[in-house]
Design a protein. Structure first.
Length: 118
């Protein structure tokens, strides 16, 4: 059974930092997405098994996606957080298709809430 388990969400003030984690293994392509109330799910960052990364323009320079293969964990380091970053954040994975920032991944976690106050 596929399991993607996110953790690390919480409430921070504007300008603060959080690091999200996603326990997962055996996937060539992984990504982080977010969805705010009333909005569509959007891609935040993606990484493949060769370490190539993609970022949405609205997080470039602030967020960093990484993976620790020894720990079977995907990370999203979020710095300089803004109130508009408030959303449910999801980890996604696929074994065969590089969806990059498109929300078409086959496997999804349950999400972790990030709230940024001004």
């Amino acid at each position: 059974q596929v399991q993607l388990v996110e953790s690390g969400g919480g409430s921070v003030q504007s300008g603060g930092s959080l690091r999200l984690s996603c326990a997962a293994s055996g996937y060539r392509f992984m990504g982080w997405f977010r969805q705010a109330p009333g909005k569509e799910r959007e891609g935040v960052a993606a990484i493949d098994s060769d370490g190539r990364r993609s970022y949405a323009d609205f997080v470039k320079g602030r967020f960093t996606i990484s993976q620790d293969n020894a720990k079977n964990t995907l990370y999203l380091q979020m710095n300089s957080l803004k109130p508009e970053d408030t959303a449910m954040y999801y980890c996604a994975a696929d074994r065969s298709v590089n969806w990059s920032l498109l929300p078409q991944y086959r496997y999804w976690g349950q999400g972790t809430q990030v709230t940024v106050s001004s």
